[in-house]
Design a protein around this ligand. Structure first.
Ligand code: HEM
Length: 130
């Protein structure tokens, strides 16, 4: 049986083939499911949403797996606190990510889903905790 890191890394590799579509799919779900999130993005000055998603994933995965120093993620967390991003927004962020993985990973399975959720848990909990 494959380990969580193997399942996650293989899924991530498969998605890279359709990276652009994966990212638009993620933003589509995120924005379509929350008027509040749409407003937050409209009011922000994000130049390159594609890069932002990649950076976000990198932050969370590195924090969860390789123990990125808390200080680095704390800076990102503070930015989000100022933007009033709530736990519900973070949950929707994760849900949207899973929806996009479901569409763009041709080998998506319940095990792959669990691997993504496990990989993001620590980082996501850190972002959410008051
Ligand atoms: C765990 C989930 C998330 C991670 C890891 C993450 C990560 C990041 C990072 C690294 C930046 C760039 C910060 C900088 O250096 O300037 C950023 C900016 C931003 N994020 Fe997130 N994010 C997450 C969830 C969300 C959610 C749920 C929303 C919206 C509801 C959101 C909205 C924004 C906005 C609007 C900015 C741009 C801020 C600005 O420069 O005006 N993020 N995020």
């Amino acid at each position: 049986m494959q380990s969580t890191p193997q399942l996650f890394n293989d899924s991530w590799d498969r998605i890279q083939t359709n990276n652009k579509q994966f990212i638009s799919c993620f933003y589509h779900y995120l924005i379509a499911n929350s008027e509040e999130i749409t407003q937050i993005f409209v009011n922000s000055k994000i130049q390159e949403p594609e890069k932002l998603l990649h950076t976000s994933i990198l932050y969370i995965v590195t924090f969860s797996t390789a123990k990125l120093p808390e200080k680095s993620l704390q800076r990102v967390k503070t930015i989000h606190e100022k933007l009033n991003i709530s736990d519900d927004h973070f949950n929707l962020w994760m849900e949207s990510l899973i929806c996009a993985v479901k569409v763009w990973d041709p080998k998506f399975s319940p095990e792959v889903e669990t691997a993504w959720l496990k990989t993001f848990k620590l980082g996501l909990d850190f972002m959410k905790k008051a």
